[in-house]
Design a protein around this ligand. Structure first.
Ligand code: ADE
Length: 242
């Protein structure tokens, strides 16, 4: 294969955490066959003082430690030609990760991802190196590594050749702003509960309509935020509206 494969470069204080779960199952197989590459780089390798320090106390006081701007900038600058790649900083204050962002990242060359630790990262390096902060949810992890793994996993499964059946990515949760419909498989009867009869009818149009209705009902019940956005997008155009 001659094409340059999708590449994730991760800057972390714990490179030994990688590939971790990305080394098994779907992502791991794709990694082994060269459909993508992973480069975990140790931020500490860019420390310059005798103690190899990467963090310091927050200016203005307060608890914890802050990742130094000079050390992190040097670590970013040491990555070969990072200019044309998205530069992300995993952080709970970032823009929430969505399937749309994942699809965009998967379609590009692959991101450079900085994993935050301690109380945070010196604000100046975020601006100076154009880091875009990304959050995987409204909760606080002890560092950005697990968040980076989640982001990479989401991207890798969308890369060409990674998923067995190319259609299995199109039907799933969020691809149309809806949660996924319920699935069933054998046995036909489980603890007194049968598979909905319609799914065994062989009538593809009725199955599709049923799945659509289930996906809509589930989204409306569980995720009013997604439902409102979906309903807004699909509202018929009315010439009297603004
Ligand atoms: N680092 C700590 N918590 C995080 C979160 N929720 N998302 C991304 N990075 C994080």
């Amino acid at each position: 294969m001659t094409a340059i494969s999708w590449r994730a470069t991760v800057l972390t204080l714990f490179p030994e955490m990688f590939p971790g779960p990305l080394g098994v199952s779907l992502a791991g197989k794709a990694l082994a066959t060269g459909l993508w590459t992973l480069e975990a780089r140790d931020i500490r390798a860019s420390a310059t003082d005798r103690h190899r320090s990467v963090d310091d106390t927050p200016a203005g006081g307060g608890p914890g430690m802050v990742l130094r701007a000079d050390v992190l900038a040097a670590a970013i600058d040491a990555v070969a030609s990072p200019e044309d790649r998205p530069r992300l900083l995993m952080s709970p204050r970032g823009r929430p990760l969505t399937q749309a962002t994942v699809a965009e990242l998967a379609a590009g060359p692959g991101p450079l991802i900085v994993c935050g630790r301690f109380e945070g990262v010196d604000q100046r390096v975020i601006g100076a190196r154009g880091l875009e902060e990304v959050s995987i949810g409204d909760y606080v992890l002890s560092g950005g590594e697990i968040a980076a793994m989640a982001l990479i996993d989401c991207c890798v499964r969308l890369l060409p050749g990674v998923m067995g059946k190319s259609s299995s990515g199109a039907d799933e949760s969020f691809s149309e702003g809806l949660l996924e419909y319920p699935q069933y498989t054998r046995p036909q009867m489980f603890e007194g509960a049968p598979i909905p009869e319609l799914l065994l009818s062989g009538d593809h149009a009725r199955v599709a309509a049923w799945r659509r209705a289930e996906a809509e009902a589930l989204t409306r019940a569980r995720r009013p935020d997604l439902w409102a956005a979906h309903a807004g997008q699909n509202r018929p155009k009315n010439p009297t509206d603004g």
